[in-house]
Ligand binder design. Sequence first.
Ligand code: HEM
Length: 543
Amino acid sequence: MEEYHQTTTTTTKQYYSELGWTSTLLIALLVFFFIMILVHLLNVLDRRSIIRKMIIPYSSPWGLPPLRSKEYSKQLVLPPGDKGWPLIGHSIGWYLAVASSHPPRFVEEQVRRYGRIFSCRLFGKEAVVSADPMFNRYIMGNEGKLFKSCYPKSFRDLVGKNGVITVQGEKQRKLHGIAVNMMRMEKLKFHFLEDIQRVMLQVLDHFQDNQLICLQDLAINLMVNQLLGVSSESEVNEMAGLFSDFVDGCLSVPIKLPGFAYYTAMKARETIVAKIKKLIQDMRVQGAAASSDHHHPNLVGHINGVLARLVLHEEEDQQSCCLPDEAIADFIINLLFAGNETTAKTMLFAVYFLTKSPAALKQLRAEQESLRRRDGNGDDQMLTWEDYKAMPFTQCVIDETLRIGGIAIWLMREAKEDVEYQGFMIPKGCFVVPFLSAVHLDETFYKGALDFNPWRWMEPQNQEKRNWRNSPFYAPFGGGARFCPGAELSRLQIALFLHYFAARYRWTQVKEDEMSFFPSARLVNGFQISVTRARQQEDALPS
Ligand code: HEM
């Protein structure tokens, strides 16, 4: 009997050991998935208010206020939505959409289910996403009051503690004010217009016939020149290299170990800051020498750019006079970061769209050609401010490029306090995302929303919508207290680029391409084109 017992126990043991780890793991996984699905279903039901109506007044396990209490009945609810999968929420769906050529895809799916303002879970946080033009404007308009911009600490460390992009409150207002002042209309007319054209011609002159080119280089040349006043090729190239490392780090996983992009970016930042400080010292020396020797033109000739105007206190704006060198360096790095990628990519996308739309390219060339013939503007003659103001179709091309290929497709905000909006409650600390491109690509607001159609901006019914400073339907430069201070400058750069490049060169696309917006806006195959300088007679007859 004992034997039998022993045999049975041994057999059971053997059986379990034979069943082994594989089966135990399988069962554990099944249980885990079962729980995940259950939690997911509960989340969905909870957001659809079914559970809230059923359950007794206990505190909600999903972080909602106590149910059925008096206070709760007075309280508003989160916008509808679900929390997606446990732990990861909707992050994968979000990622797949922004990495595709149609970034609002995920948002559009949720909008179909829950409406233009919905809640979800992104990057481990409760989030409210908006594809609603009015709510987007409300969020941007209440910057610093009900909402504040929010970036991860790793990004804040990279752009610096005086970075206008990440600072808040009084400091942001001050730095934003300085940026607006440095790039306002008169500055564009008297400082930037000529500088941009000089650098542009310098870069374009290097293009050989049938050369494969990188449009990104042109933009960094422009930015480095206009912000730092640097124009020597070697200096610009060095800065461009450092800056490219810096940008890669801003968009990478923040691992501060040698070999990782974030670490390289931190090192690049240190070098850029050191270089800017050195430039500041040189400028002070030259500035002092120039003011004591008015007969020495070479001394001042070298000093131009935003940095010099800040350092030599040429600005009427008193605010800019009291910035310490460290803050000036951060300020310039922020302008470089915010201005370079955005402008470069918009130029790139404009050429990409024009390549796909021969009719638009033909009309743009004709317009630019007529400017060159106007007032006898020859090949070497620079455009005037009046010329810039006489490019209506080119402006439509820029607007349409920004609508479809807008670089800032969504903004990051956080609710500073519980915010009530149209019957919804957005709790304090909630991640809030105005998804700008979901509005820009919404068929309700734009007929044939996915088509590149610059002519739409000529239609009388679109004139109000087109006002990019405060239109709820078209906000490629954001709005409110963080409205892009470089908006006018970038438009000027893009227009001049289209004049010198699109109108004077012919190109063929070497490889098919498509847009992606992850980790940043780009054309996945780098948009390789082979360029050829148009011959004079061909120039005169746009094809
Ligand atoms: C096509 C080109 C550009 C686009 C689409 C663009 C878009 C934007 C957007 C949407 C914002 C608002 C961000 C937010 O609210 O969180 C912004 C902010 C900003 N932009 Fe631009 N931008 C462009 C060019 C430039 C240029 C050329 C500069 C400067 C040289 C610049 C400097 C800035 C700065 C400093 C901010 C931060 C302002 C603040 O937070 O107070 N941008 N930009």
